[in-house]
Write a protein that binds this ligand. Structure first.
Ligand code: NAD
Length: 432
């Protein structure tokens, strides 16, 4: 039998990807582009059907690429876990959310691992890509896999390789964003590195899966803490009547030692707003309190309330009684130019605002419907802009014509500095 290493080198290894979402689908495509055959597995039958029809539902997995991969037979999808026995490599890309108490919910990765364990065979490489707390690979995944009777590093291989994709980012793609790999044994690391170097530009091997897990959490906590810092400074700047946006632009001219982060209505998405909680939860097991994470959560989670207060104040100053006001929210995706509404701060703002004004409606060119509600995106017209009492910019999608919006709206509250170049009296920006 051809050994796994040889199969990876020859690109004859069959690649499995479990979880065909924002991470999994672009990953499938990257492997097919580089010549591998890929099998995608998802419990959502609708997604499996779409993939097999050659249709993409994720921005970063281009439609044409998926179509060609399916037509050429390089990509197929299934919900049948028995098929993973055919895969030489299995990458786990399932969600890692938090529960209402902000504690890690690892059920998706443990369920998936149990399914793999039942069917594990010799010479398979399992790679966890989902973001999670340090020790997950060795203390959660490994024991489940070893229930199969096989030994890691000898019969099968196990590694952690955090996904670093930034949806919507055209400069840094899945191919040119360096990949981190950390295996449970040296052979595991070696095989995982070999795999990714055949499809990505740069791979960095670290000495353990724990280092790789912590690396991802450092990256996301770093963002979370720095966003909190500028959010706090934005509140101070408001009080001092200093424009935080101009301050950040000026500080950004320093060619070293500074990296710009921007204020906004809060943090969201399936990473920045969740991952730090994985770390703070794990830290408690070691009698350790991650004070920076707690502090940044406090600041960032206050932002939607601050934004709502800002709208109420702006309405009052415009002689509109808030309880009778209609507010149009622009952008409910958690960040610009994506269709991801998970944990979006705009949705939080919307919920709080509804208790304070008469009506809240929204427009988002990327999001037709808000999940779990009846809310639908309303088409953005001149008459709508003229009709509402306030337009609240929560996500600065590039397709919006901000000049036209400001020209036609009575009042604009801008949480993203999308109206940076527009100096009009009807615009109120946070942090100024
Ligand atoms: N979205 C991002 O920008 C991003 C970036 C880096 C890392 N991550 C991490 O990657 C992981 C996946 O995130 P995502 O955004 O792709 O999630 P997603 O929700 O877009 O996709 C996950 C997919 O997994 C499927 N799934 C759930 N349970 C399953 C099971 N038992 N078997 C098979 N399929 C199952 C779901 O149906 C869904 O299609 C998370 O840990 C996340 O933190 C996400």
């Amino acid at each position: 039998m051809e050994m796994l290493e040889q199969k990876i080198k020859n690109k004859t290894a069959e690649i499995g990807v479990i979880g065909l979402g924002y991470v999994g689908l672009p990953l499938c495509l990257q492997f097919t582009k580089k010549g591998f055959d890929v099998l995608g597995i998802d419990i959502k039958k609708e997604r499996v059907k779409l993939v097999n029809q050659g249709k993409s539902y994720i921005e970063d997995a281009d439609q044409q690429g998926i179509k060609e991969a399916v037509e050429s037979g390089k990509l197929s999808a299934t919900w049948d876990y028995d098929k993973i026995q055919e895969c030489d490599v299995i990458q786990i890309c399932v969600p890692t959310p938090v529960n209402v108490n902000k504690e890690p919910n690892t059920i998706y990765i443990t369920d998936t691992t149990r399914e793999i364990s039942k069917r594990l065979r010799k010479e398979q490489l399992i790679i966890l890509k989902s973001t999670t707390f340090p020790e997950t690979t060795e203390k959660v995944i490994l024991p489940i896999l070893e229930k199969s009777g096989f030994k890691v590093g000898k019969d099968f291989y196990l590694a952690f390789s955090p996904e670093r994709i930034d949806p919507g980012n055209k400069e840094y793609t899945i191919e040119n964003t360096p990949v981190i790999v950390g295996g449970v044994t040296k052979k595991c690391t070696h095989l995982a590195k070999l795999l990714y170097i055949s499809v990505m530009q740069r791979v960095i091997a670290v000495s353990s899966s724990g280092i790789a897990e912590m690396t991802k959490l450092l990256e996301n906590t770093f963002r979370n803490v720095n966003i909190a810092l500028v959010n706090e400074l934005a509140l101070l700047c408001e009080r001092m009547k200093i424009d935080i946006w101009e301050v950040i632009d000026a500080a950004s001219t320093k060619p070293f030692g500074f990296m710009p982060f921007y204020p906004g209505p809060g943090v969201g998405g399936h990473c920045i707003s969740i991952d730090p909680y994985y770390l703070s939860w794990k830290a408690r097991e070691y009698d350790f309190h991650t004070s920076f994470i707690e502090l940044s959560a406090k600041v960032n989670e206050n932002m939607p309330y601050f934004v709502v207060d800002k709208v109420i104040q702006a309405l009052s100053e415009n002689n509109v009684c808030p309880s009778g006001a209609r507010v149009l929210i622009l952008g409910v995706a958690f960040k610009r130019d994506v269709n991801d509404q998970r944990d979006s701060p705009a949705l939080k703002v919307m919920g709080i605002l509804k208790q304070r004004v008469k009506e809240v409606i929204y427009n988002d060119p990327y999001i037709d419907k808000i999940k779990g509600t009846r809310e639908r995106s309303i088409s953005l017209t001149e008459s709508l802009l003229k009709k509402v009492d306030c337009v609240l910019i929560t996500t600065d999608h590039r397709v919006y014509d901000y000049n036209w919006i400001v020209r036609n709206a009575k009042l604009v509250v801008d949480t993203r500095n999308a109206t940076k170049w527009i100096k009009k009296k009807n615009v109120v920006r946070i942090g100024c």
